[in-house]
Design a protein around this ligand. Structure first.
Ligand SMILES: C[S@@+](CC[C@H](N)C(=O)[O-])C[C@H]1O[C@@H](n2cnc3c(N)ncnc32)[C@H](O)[C@@H]1O
Length: 333
């Protein structure tokens, strides 16, 4: 009967964590690497990994069902998706991004406690400097993700003729590296917390971009932003901050810009009302679990806050799918 309530999404979602944990485990074991050289039996893979043969076979059959492995005549091989994105030697490897989601698995287990208490289940300090291994995993995952996003960001921004950029909370510095490469003559200063900046310095040097991208240790809540910038980039940080803090950051960004300078705010934003797109409201929960003021803002609100700080030519551009990000830009009068 059409229009009758349908329980199939409930059934699917009640076990959706099975899929996530299967992918996380295969990635953690680097199981896809063992098939990079060609098909093998599950016993051969278990021997290579030092895991239990029966359990490894079961895991691999589940990975066939998920579309990451194929099997024929008792041997398994990577599907093209696994070969491109899940084998660690592949240039498009996404394993570090998966590892970061994997590390949030326990935090999501604390969702009920967070809803009851209003407190995040993962203290943000652990991945922002206090725990070096967790911090490195966070920064490397941000870098891997930003490599994909920055390619799209570069295509929706025109920074030609601009000379100096301040990248506030610039994380691994990936956007700064790619934007200064795309727009010759542009130099960028990344303002970051010391533990994150230490890892970012390594990544910027590895990219051969140390001449054009510098790192400054500091908190964006208290640091003097300086003056005379043509561009201020605030990417992926509003989701950690309250409206009042975002307004303060926008006002300080305006003061740091030359007349005609551009403020770029890139993030995952919701539509007005905060319920759509569904990924944005789920992302808000993820931030609620991992940062004291974490959540998701609407890009229409960000435009309003920017207008209140004197920005004009305001516009929002979505990045092309599958990127869920939107980029709000405004120009200082
Ligand atoms: C989701 S990441 C975004 C990184 C980068 N801008 C990007 O878009 O890929 C948020 C960044 O804000 C930084 N951050 C958080 N609190 C900060 C603070 N008080 N001062 C400076 N950076 C901060 C974090 O270290 C992290 O790198």
């Amino acid at each position: 009967m059409s229009g009758a309530p349908d329980p199939s999404s409930i059934v699917r979602l009640s076990t959706a964590f099975w899929d996530s944990q299967t992918l996380f485990t295969a990635n953690r074991l680097r199981l896809f690497d063992t098939l990079a050289g060609g098909p093998r039996t599950s016993d051969e893979v278990a021997a290579a990994l030092g895991t239990d043969a029966r359990s490894t076979g079961m895991l691999m059959r589940a990975l066939v069902g998920m579309g990451f492995l194929k099997t024929e005549a008792g041997r398994f091989e990577n599907t093209p998706t696994a070969a491109v994105f899940l084998v660690s030697k592949s240039p498009a490897f996404m394993g570090n991004v998966i590892t970061y989601s994997d590390k949030l698995y326990d935090a999501w287990g604390g969702l009920e406690a967070a809803v009851r208490s209003g407190r995040p289940s993962l203290p943000a300090e652990t991945y922002l400097g206090d725990d070096p291994a967790h911090t490195r995993a966070f920064v490397v995952a941000m870098h891997e993700r930003a490599l994909g996003i920055a390619r799209a960001l570069v295509s929706v921004l025109d920074l030609s003729g601009r000379r100096s950029m301040l990248d506030v909370g610039g994380g691994p510095g990936t956007y700064s590296v790619m934007l200064t490469e795309r727009f010759p003559g542009l130099k960028s200063e990344v303002l970051e917390l010391p533990g994150v900046a230490a890892v970012a310095r390594e990544l910027v040097a590895q990219a051969g971009a140390a001449e054009r991208v510098s790192l400054r240790d500091g908190s964006y809540h208290t640091a003097d932003f300086g003056r005379g910038f043509d561009v201020v980039l605030m990417s992926g940080m509003f989701h950690r901050e309250t409206e009042a803090a975002c307004r303060g950051l926008i006002a300080r960004g305006a003061a740091a810009l030359n007349p005609g300078g551009m403020l770029i705010v890139s993030d995952i934003f919701a539509d007005a009302g905060g319920t759509h797109p569904p990924f944005a409201s789920m992302f808000g929960l993820n931030m609620m679990l991992t940062a004291p003021d974490g959540g998701v803002h609407a890009d229409a609100d960000v435009q309003r806050w920017m207008a209140d700080s004197g920005f004009g030519s305001l516009r929002t551009a979505p990045l092309p799918p599958p990127m869920p990000h939107r980029v709000v830009t405004g120009v200082k009068a």
